[in-house]
Design a protein around this ligand. Structure first.
Ligand code: ATP
Ligand code: MG
Length: 477
């Protein structure tokens, strides 16, 4: 509590008073940091039950091991179906139904990736299961995020934001803007990031950023994390780096623990966990491989999700990888992840992934020591270039693969939302039914935010050549 800033404390007090709020502010203002304090302190002070969720598995892991994806917490699988049918399924699993009934405060981080349709479906489910017509069945909701970062997936090309939903308007009576940036200390970099966030990079800022192109990062022992827009590039870069290492490759496969659930259920769950989880189901490593932890092992020693290190060998007896991190070298044993079942189905795997490259989507919410970012013409989403840029703490930790001023775009509706000119949909006061979902929202999808990683257009040839020159073996036609 002591360490909260004045504005963080104000947000904390609003939650304490029982208000449903929207906690926003640029990247690095400590929004997710505050969630941890809320999670620890509010139950002690009020006896209330707090659930912490985020829109992606990666973002959930960043907040702490108690956090789940919103889909996982809600127990709605992929979220397909009506609120009625989803509620029926939830009722069949008593602990899940209990969770819906007994949660007092639901926190949703990275809310910029929440579709209005999912918000409306969850609101209906809450009303059904909690037998209350109040917004979200009377649950207190804390939305956390920055709409100038990545938006929700929109397969029909129309981006819709959670704040456009009448449910949002009926819930959120107060928006708290955090302004003090903790992630970056340097005021020049802060100015650049502020412009990038608003989608208008000045000439001066562009010139400064351009000095970060072609910087030699190869001499550093812990290499920058490469943030690219497209998943295919990321996978190719990771594999090409591993291929180039001289040692013998060792492969580790995820294993499902014993379970009393039917075999078909165990199989389906294992597959889903493999698809959605942070771990890599079949992980190949070599000595010298740059890796990232995907679990919190020892917070005090800084061995948490996102910690970067390098494989320095393999333990003789067990074969487990030995990883040198910044302050510590240790053997990394398999870690277990649990499904939402009761009792859970567990899956074990070495909690490491190759860390040469990540998609920008997966990096949202993270703080990185150093990164090589592609913010050139391949940027395909509003907020994407800003997210990439705002992950690092300082300009020295920033390496640029490609930059293009047009990559910095802020969605006009979001801009109007933040400058106060946006007119929200009209809703009648609480205790009444919310207006029905408007037609455009129905066209949205229930997608996981992680799905939103595919660039729609083809890469120009020059990019392929450039990729190949940076990472030999990648980008060949
Ligand atoms: N009150 C504080 N005192 C000290 N450090 C803080 C404080 N608040 C946040 N930080 C640190 O600042 C960094 C950024 O915080 P955090 O990740 O919570 O920002 P965020 O607003 O959630 O950013 P993003 O929008 O990128 O998710 C973290 O390293 C965090 O530990
Ligand atoms: Mg955050």
């Amino acid at each position: 509590m002591e360490s909260l800033s004045r504005e963080q404390k104000e947000a904390f007090d609003a939650v304490l008073e029982g208000e449903s709020i929207f906690l926003t502010g640029p990247g690095g203002t400590g929004k997710s940091f505050l969630i941890q304090t809320i999670m620890e302190e509010i139950p002690k002070l009020t006896g209330k039950t707090v659930a912490v969720t985020a829109m992606t598995g990666c973002a959930a892991l960043l907040i702490g091991k108690f956090a789940k994806t919103l889909h996982g917490w809600a127990g709605i699988g992929l979220g397909r179906g009506t609120a009625q049918s989803l509620s029926q399924n939830i009722r069949k699993i008593p602990p899940l139904a209990k969770r819906w009934r007994e949660t007092n405060i639901l926190i949703i981080d990275e809310v910029s990736m929440l579709t209005p349709l999912l918000l409306e479906t969850l609101d209906e489910i809450a009303k059904i299961l909690r037998r209350s017509q109040r917004p979200f069945g009377g649950m207190q909701i804390v939305f956390v995020g920055d709409f100038l970062q990545l938006p929700p997936i929109s397969k029909d090309k129309v981006t819709r934001f959670a704040f456009e939903s009448p449910v949002w308007t009926s819930l959120v009576k107060r928006t708290i803007h955090l302004k003090q940036i903790f992630r970056q200390k340097d005021s020049t970099f802060q100015t650049i990031l502020d412009e990038a966030r608003k989608g208008s990079l000045s000439k001066e800022s562009l010139t400064i950023l351009e000095t970060r192109i072609n910087q030699d990062y190869k001499k550093e022992k812990i290499q920058p994390t490469i943030l690219f827009t497209r998943r295919v590039d990321v996978e190719e870069i990771n594999t090409s780096h591993l291929d180039k290492l001289p040692g013998i490759a060792k492969t580790f496969s995820a294993v499902t623990g014993p379970s009393k659930h039917p075999p078909s259920e165990i199989l389906a769950t294992s597959e889903k966990m493999d698809k959605d989880g942070m771990y890599v189901p079949i992980l190949t490593l070599k000595e010298g491989a740059q890796v990232m932890l995907v679990a919190n092992l020892d917070m005090e020693k800084g061995l948490c999700n996102g910690s970067r290190g390098v494989v320095v060998g393999f333990q003789e007896t067990t074969n487990w990888p030995i990883v040198e991190f910044k302050y510590e070298t240790r053997v990394i044993e398999p870690h277990t992840w649990e499904s939402d079942h009761t009792p859970p189905i567990v899956r074990s795997q070495i909690p490491l992934r190759l860390a040469y490259a990540l998609t920008i989507h997966k990096s949202q919410g993270a703080t990185l020591d150093c990164a090589l970012v592609d913010i050139g013409p391949s940027v395909f989403e509003y907020g994407q270039a800003y997210v990439a840029l705002s992950r690092v703490r300082n300009l020295e930790g920033l390496y640029i693969f490609d930059i293009c001023p047009r990559a910095f775009r802020a969605h006009p509706l979001v801009k109007s939302f933040y400058d106060g000119t946006y007119i929200p949909p009209q809703v009648e006061e609480t205790n009444k039914d919310i207006p029905s979902v408007s037609a455009p929202f129905k066209k949205g999808i229930y997608g996981f935010a992680d799905d939103n990683e595919e660039a729609p257009k083809e890469e120009p040839k020059t990019k392929q050549t450039k990729l190949n020159s940076y990472f030999p073996g990648v980008g060949r036609n």
